[in-house]
Design a protein around this ligand. Structure first.
Ligand SMILES: [Zn+2]
Length: 431
């Protein structure tokens, strides 16, 4: 018994030593969490200069935080809301994790103590507007400026030391707009998007939040996780997320803004790219900043109206419009605008859908003016339009047949006066 115990102990020491050699400092920061020897801890503090890298988060921007593989930054939006924010705070405290909170001015006004608790616990505190309007993408400066300033004023007013407020801002619903970004940047405020959400503002189970957080993190290998500290499901999912992060070898990074006394962590520009180009992949230039496009649309289900959180007065949401776009992108290619145009003078579309074949032929002869140059294009367009408008293969096939049959009569109708055919009148005539 004694012998085997010694062997086990020796093995443990070997494992521990190997762990120290390969992983580096985890043992040190876990030990810094009194009473929680198994805590995930915070592996390092990253000091960033908003002036150097003003827009971060690959959900929307080219750059993101200069994280190493398996490093994660936790962010929480929309608080503080005592009921849930306090629980989130306790969970983070038990794991000795430092996170970044994006405060809503209205919440800070109603619960200034909640802001002070965040600061006292050593978390980074940025802002998230005054009232969380989901219209930042279409507000003039007269509207968005007081929203930004209100959030900053009420959050800093809640602090014992207002200099603790980080110049970090997350646009509500990630409704980015260049004017808003330029305004923030001109004031030295860093615009934070994220690298992946966990859909914790939707009506999904806490288990689903956990799954999405881990799945999306695993897909990117590192990054900024977007969560909300005002949701029961987030509170329920968080311990599990943290346990799994630890089991999978992830490390937490705490981000703070650079100050005169605290210079930015030295980095190279390429470290601010999630997946820097390699020598084997030639890239001439990076694409322009997109209008809120999820980088992994296939993994993000679009919320339905029923998904919107109507239980709380405040609704933390990602943009509905953008999510709808993501859904479209995941299922169908966006059709050309001219796909829906009915060519002037063309009746093939209507023939295929509203009339009998005989009536269609008769009307085509009467109404359609042959246009030798445009005939082919119009036919193909009519076919496509019919298909797009109805989506039924039956109609599409019918349209094709009708078009083919109408080719000859069209050429014999030369000389008839060109006359646009109105949809309404055609329908009337067909009935
Ligand atoms: Zn929000």
């Amino acid at each position: 018994m004694i012998g085997s115990s010694v062997v086990v102990r020796t093995r443990s020491w070997i494992v521990l030593c190997l762990g120290l050699l390969t992983v580096g400092t985890p043992a040190a920061f876990a030990a810094d969490c009194p009473g929680h020897p198994d805590a995930l801890g915070t592996s390092r503090t990253l000091v960033v200069d908003p002036h150097e890298h003003p827009r971060i988060g690959t959900m929307q921007y080219r750059e993101t935080l200069p994280l190493k593989d398996h490093e994660v930054v936790l962010t929480f939006d929309d608080g503080p809301l005592p009921k849930y924010s306090n629980q989130v705070l306790q969970i983070l405290a038990d794991e000795c994790i430092k996170a970044t909170f994006f405060i809503i001015g209205g919440q800070a006004k109603a619960n200034p103590e909640g802001v002070r608790k965040l600061v006292a616990a050593g978390h980074t505190v940025g802002t998230h507007s005054m009232n969380h309007p989901l219209t930042f993408d279409r507000m003039p400066i007269e509207k968005f400026e007081p929203e930004i300033n209100g959030g900053i004023e009420w959050t800093s007013a809640a602090m014992t030391d207002p200099s603790k407020l980080a110049p970090f801002f997350r646009i509500p619903g990630l409704m980015r707009a260049e004017g808003v970004e330029n305004y923030l940047i001109s004031r030295g405020i860093q615009v934070w998007s994220a690298d992946f959400p966990a859909d914790d503002w939707r009506h999904v189970s806490s288990d689903r939040v956990y799954q999405l957080a881990i799945q999306r993190l695993e897909a990117k290998g590192k990054g900024i996780l977007l969560l909300h500290d005002i949701q029961a499901r987030t509170v329920a999912a968080l311990p599990k997320i943290i346990r799994d992060l630890k089991a999978r070898g992830y490390r937490i990074v705490h981000v703070v803004p650079a100050t005169a006394e605290r210079p930015a962590t030295p980095t190279t520009p390429v470290e601010w790219l999630l997946h820097p180009p390699t020598e084997t992949v030639p890239i001439a230039r990076w694409p322009a900043v997109p209008n809120f496009v999820f980088t992994q649309t296939q993994t993000l289900p679009a919320p339905s109206l029923a998904d919107l959180n109507a239980q709380t007065g405040h609704q933390p949401l990602l943009p509905r419009r953008t999510m709808a776009q993501a859904n479209v992108a995941a299922t169908l290619p966006v059709p050309d605008r001219d796909l829906f145009a009915i060519p002037e003078g063309s009746v093939e579309v209507l023939l295929s859908t509203t009339l009998s074949r005989r009536a269609a032929t008769r009307l085509a002869m009467a109404a359609e003016t042959p246009r030798a140059a445009k005939g082919k294009a119009a036919k193909s367009q009519a076919h496509r339009t019919a298909h797009a408008a109805h989506g039924a293969p039956k109609h599409a096939a019918q349209a094709k047949g009708t078009v083919a049959r109408n080719t000859a009569p069209k050429s014999t109708a030369q000389g008839a006066a060109p006359r646009p055919t109105r949809v309404a009148s055609l329908k009337k005539r067909a009935q």
